[in-house]
Write a protein that binds this ligand. Structure first.
Ligand SMILES: Cc1cc2nc3c(=O)[nH]c(=O)nc-3n(C[C@H](O)[C@H](O)[C@H](O)COP(=O)(O)O)c2cc1C
Length: 193
C-alpha cells in the first residue's frame, strides 16, 4: 500500500542473510497484521545490503554521524522516521547473525555522549518488535537471554514498548502454523491497540 505521508510506518529488519527464509516469512506475517493496524510496512533484507562493521573510531561522537558511507546511511534515516521497528533474526551458534550484529553496532552512531550525558537520536517515539527464530525445538526457552539483550538494546534507544517472541523449529513453510507465531501476533495486536 502506498503511504501518502499520513500512515504510521513500520520498518522491518530481516537479520538473516537469506531473503526468503524463516526470518523473512515472520516479517511477512507481522506486516499483514501491521497493515490491519494501519501501518505501511517496509521490509529491509540486511543480506542484500553493504553494511561494514563498526570500527570503533568514535567519529560519530564528535560529528554526529558515522564516518562510514555505506547502506547504513539510508537506514539511519528510515529508523528515525519509523513509528515502529521490528527485528527478525535467526539464531546462529547461540547468538544473532554477524550481519545483524554489524547493523546493531552501527547504531552506536545514533548515541551521543556529551559531558557524561547520554542521549540518543532514534527519531520518532516508536514501538519495538523483536522475533528470534531457530532450529532447536526448545529454543523458545534456550534463547531467552539473547532476547533479553535485544530488548535492553531497544530500551537503551528509548523504545520501551517492545513485544517479543522466539519461534523454535522454524521453517518458512510452517511459520504460519506455529503456536509461537500465534502468541507473538496476539502480543503484537495488544501492543498496537
Ligand atoms: C551458521 C548457523 C548457525 C546456527 N546456529 C543455531 C543455533 O545455535 N541454535 C539453533 O537453534 N539454530 C541454529 N541455526 C539454525 C537457524 O537459526 C535456523 O535455521 C533459522 O530458522 C534460520 O533462519 P532464516 O531461514 O531466516 O535464515 C544455525 C544456522 C546456521 C546457518
Amino acid at each position: 500500500m502506498l503511504n501518502d505521508g499520513t500512515m504510521k510506518k513500520m520498518l522491518m529488519i530481516n537479520g538473516s542473510p537469506r531473503n526468503n527464509g524463516s526470518s523473512s516469512e515472520i516479517l511477512n506475517v507481522i506486516s499483514e497484521k501491521g497493515v490491519q493496524k494501519g501501518f505501511s510496512c517496509e521490509k529491509v533484507n540486511l543480506g542484500g545490503l553493504r553494511i561494514s562493521h563498526c570500527t570503533g573510531c568514535k567519529y560519530c561522537k564528535k560529528n554526529g554521524k558515522c564516518a562510514i558511507d555505506d547502506d547504513m546511511t539510508f537506514l539511519y534515516n528510515k529508523i528515525q522516521d519509523a513509528d515502529a521497528i521490528a527485528f527478525s533474526v535467526p539464531v546462529y551458534f547461540g547468538a544473532e547473525t554477524g550481519l545483524f550484529k554489524n547493523f546493531l553496532d552501527r547504531l552506536y552512531a545514533l548515541v551521543d555522549n556529551k559531558d557524561g550525558v547520554r542521549t540518543v537520536r532514534f527519531g520518532k517515539e516508536k514501538k519495538g518488535i523483536v522475533v528470534l527464530n531457530c532450529n532447536a525445538p526448545d529454543g523458545n526457552m534456550t534463547y531467552h537471554g539473547l532476547m533479553t539483550r535485544f530488548v535492553i538494546v531497544l530500551r537503551s534507544f528509548g523504545v520501551n514498548d517492545v513485544s517479543s517472541g522466539i519461534i523454535p523449529k522454524a521453517a518458512p513453510e510452517t511459520i504460519r502454523d506455529s503456536q509461537f507465531m500465534a502468541e507473538l501476533l496476539d502480543a503484537f495486536e495488544f501492543q498496537m491497540s
